[in-house]
Write a protein that binds this ligand. Structure first.
Ligand SMILES: C[S@@+](CC[C@H](N)C(=O)[O-])C[C@H]1O[C@@H](n2cnc3c(N)ncnc32)[C@H](O)[C@@H]1O
Length: 419
């Protein structure tokens, strides 16, 4: 196993010898610290510095998911979790993480104030070991509180340094393909520190591959998975979603309970990398498939007023490999009556910003409170809403509140103990 120090500074160590006096190098041209040149990711046994990007509010949940995958020491931060793992762990993280939107593998970290700093820092990496001229690439950029302020420019400069380095090594340069690149590179500038990473996921991980059609306001799969994780539901009690729409909560719950990896039906960016280990990958898929179980009848139920949404929910469930395992009913909340003495009921009602108008929804939120109080005794209730004013109309005292984000919308997941 390679030690971490080597990963961060893998370049050969030069013997110490008296240095010839040199002309001063302009500060902007050479960053003070280049932490890597030969990318560790090309070695099968290397420890990889990774970052799982997650919706805000889901960081702790994602760290617990990594722990459950046997990847210890994950460090939750704002909008993601940093962790160190091997190639196998990287593949498993992509396959299994339910709350992460992508997993980045860090290549270099360097100070970056100017275009020259950026170019030199990117160019220092042996890109020809990662990308051949026949492959395609794309560069994503995000930046915050830095001297370089134009993300398009930073992405372009990064791309130039990469293709120049490959042309110098191979005589030809790769092309850019922003839609379906072989290698997606992520450049992130924060307080004039540039973190350069490979995006091992490719498409965002919330694209599980089961959502064939969209209803009007579907939850993001990663957010639905986060909500389920925060409820602590583990598949041993019934779970009901009385306003299930396209079924994202029931489907994500069923994937969890059936031990189906959320990424089983899709491809990942790392599968197009030069070092892709197909034998290892097939083994991980086989191991996962052996663990899948069929769900007990009635474990997970979904209800909605909208029959078209329910049709989509049924199709999504079938595409997710769960045909007949989730029971969907065309019913109004007002008639909802869960079966069994205990369980978890999760509601994601409209909240006025996207579906319906706030005035019309007050009555609905009152009814949510009534239904939970009168018909769900012994259950634990959860309401996910982006409208705190409307949430007051539930009229019950929440025993916990979690702050989550549905895209840009700040939401609350409210927990109700229903005696
Ligand atoms: C925000 S959407 C739920 C989205 C869902 N979580 C998904 O991922 O697709 C709210 C849902 O509540 C349903 N709804 C509104 N009023 C209802 C009522 N009185 N009874 C049952 N469902 C209702 C709507 O049809 C809509 O599908």
């Amino acid at each position: 196993m390679t030690d971490r120090k080597h990963i961060l500074r893998p370049g050969p160590r030069l013997p110490r010898k008296p240095e010839k006096p040199q002309a001063p190098v302009p500060k902007a041209a050479v960053p003070a610290v280049i932490e890597t040149s030969t990318p560790a990711v090309v070695r099968s046994d290397a420890a990889l510095n990774c970052f799982a990007a997650v919706p805000r509010g889901a960081e702790e949940v994602a760290a617990a998911e990594l722990e459950a995958l046997g990847i210890s020491g994950a460090m939750p931060g704002k909008g993601g979790v940093a962790f160190i793992t091997t190639r196998s762990g990287l593949y498993r993280a992509n396959l299994w993480l339910r709350t992460a939107s992508r997993v980045l593998v860090q290549l270099a970290v360097f100070p970056c104030m100017t275009p020259g700093d950026l170019y030199a820092g990117v160019h220092a990496i042996a890109w020809q070991e990662l990308i051949t001229p026949a492959m395609t690439l794309a560069v994503d950029c995000s930046l915050r509180d830095s001297a370089l302020t134009h993300s398009g420019f930073v992405a372009l400069k990064t791309k130039d340094a990469i293709v120049d380095r490959i042309r110098e090594a191979c005589g030809q340069r790769p092309n850019v393909d922003t839609a379906m690149p072989d290698v997606r590179i992520n450049v992130h500038l924060h307080k004039n520190v540039c973190t350069l990473s490979l995006d091992s996921s490719g498409d965002s991980l919330d694209r599980r591959g089961y959502r064939l059609e969209r209803n009007e306001a579907p939850l993001r799969e990663t957010l639905a998975a986060t909500v389920i994780a925060l409820t602590g539901w583990d598949g041993s009690l019934p779970l009901a979603d009385p306003m299930c729409g396209s079924g994202t909560i029931p489907v994500e719950a069923a994937l969890l309970a059936a031990r189906i990896p959320p990424g089983l039906q899709r491809d990942f960016g790392f599968q197009r990398w030069l070092d892709f280990d197909e034998v290892l990958w097939n083994q991980l898929i086989r191991e996962a498939e052996c663990e899948i179980r069929t769900l007990p009848v009635g474990l997970i139920t979904g209800y909605d007023l909208d029959s078209r949404a329910l049709l989509i929910a049924g199709r999504n469930a079938a595409k997710a490999g769960l045909e007949g395992q989730i029971h969907f009913f065309h019913a109004a909340l007002q008639a909802f009556q869960p079966e069994g003495d205990s369980g978890v009921v999760i509601l994601n009602p409209p909240y006025g910003k996207r579906l319906g108008e706030e005035d019309d929804l007050r009555e609905l939120y009152c009814q949510i409170g009534d239904v939970m109080k009168k018909r769900c005794r012994g259950w634990t209730g959860y309401v996910l809403t982006g409208n705190l004013e409307l949430a007051k109309y539930v009229g019950l005292k929440a025993s916990r509140r979690y702050v989550l984000f549905n895209g840009a919308i700040e939401c609350r997941l409210l927990k109700y103990d229903l005696y």
